[in-house]
Design a protein around this ligand. Sequence first.
Ligand code: TRP
Length: 451
Amino acid sequence: MATQQKSFSSNLGAIMAAVGSAVGLGNIWRFPYICGQYGGGAFLIVYLCFVFLLGAVLMMSEFVIGRRSQHRTLQAYGVVAKGKKGWNVIGVLGLITCFFILSQYLVLSGWTTSYIWDAVDGTLASLGTDAGAISDHFSSFSVSTWRPVLCLSIFAVLVLVVVLGGVQSGIESVSKLLMPLLVLLVLVLCVRSLTLPNAGRGVEYLFMPDFSRLTGQGILAALGQALFSLSVGMGAMIVYGSYIPVKDNLFSTAMWITACDTLIAVLSGLAIFPAVFSCGFDPTGGPGLVFCVLPNVFNMMGGAGVVFAAIFFILLMVAALTSAISLLETLAASCSERFNWKRLNSSMALFVLTTAAGVVFSLSLGRLSHIKIADLTLFDLVDKLNSIYLPPLTALATIIFLGWVVPDADVRDELSNHGTIKIGYYPVFRFLVRFVVPVALTVVLITGIKG
Ligand code: TRP
């Protein structure tokens, strides 16, 4: 196979960058509210099964495709298929998914950026503990025109700057700096939350399974969340896979990333639920949980609340930043390679396109809310595509590709670093790849499309 042109400098660097990709709004904003909506502990158990049985397997599969081919998402499939035509179409599907996820991600990251500002300049504190005023603030802000667009653009420029910095000095060094900071911030918030009066009820909600609260929809949501949170099912881990040094063990790398991502999601739950219960709020509040409920919780803490509010939204932005970097890198590196564009031009072009799409999605909440497709605003449409249709579809195609098209010997060779490390787990991996994961994904896709 081709020699490695670009790579992370070490296994730690590769793990940090991929953890940076995986840990994002999905862990801190999305996981707690979905877990809250679908019943707490019972959802957590199903989620953990999906993460380790499907998510980690998909991540290893994408790593194998990326590192084996030494190509990015648009060409990797074709190279690994050794000339069998047509497989690159999965890469195209992956990039479309990345494009939509990044555009929507920019909107939410813009909100986070704006909330840091609100926390620092005292706007959030001035809303006091009036739940109505806090949610009015959020709804009037999110449907307004200029501020969300401005914040989104500022955030997008930050992402661009890091991506232009390159694989080692941009992505890897930023991730190595920001990830430990993120863990520290989550831990500070956990300690604060767990020492509030009645915190135990939140812990109980998160860890005591009550299966009567879990529905079929909840199981579906758990799968969507597992794929989203691990950044799999869109070819992003193919690009990072191609940067993993050839001597690294792909199995342990994937396990570390999966474990760290899951740990941060659970810690975010521990930072949020005890506080929500302690202040007497409803954990099933949905997507607004972080923007409408938490400011209230912070304000109830009195003076120090402002500090914790700022810490929380900075944490959210840091998490969003390393994920958005990975999304832009996937798009830019894949197009640059496929169309022979310079890295600078390709990153700039995709930055402009995704930011423009982000602006449209942001406006579709307010000024453009009259534009509807299938009775959904553009924002809701893209949300649906990103959560239930595109990632499971790309994931399904990828796993069938690896299990049934790529020669078994090639997969073994790549996972064992050409026979130099033991892969005792291989029969189990093979069985999951060929049967369990495809069947599970098909069931979920069909249910998702019907529902
Ligand atoms: N995993 C990210 C999160 O939890 C979101 C995400 C989904 C992502 N797909 C991605 C990030 C692809 C980078 C690349 O927030």
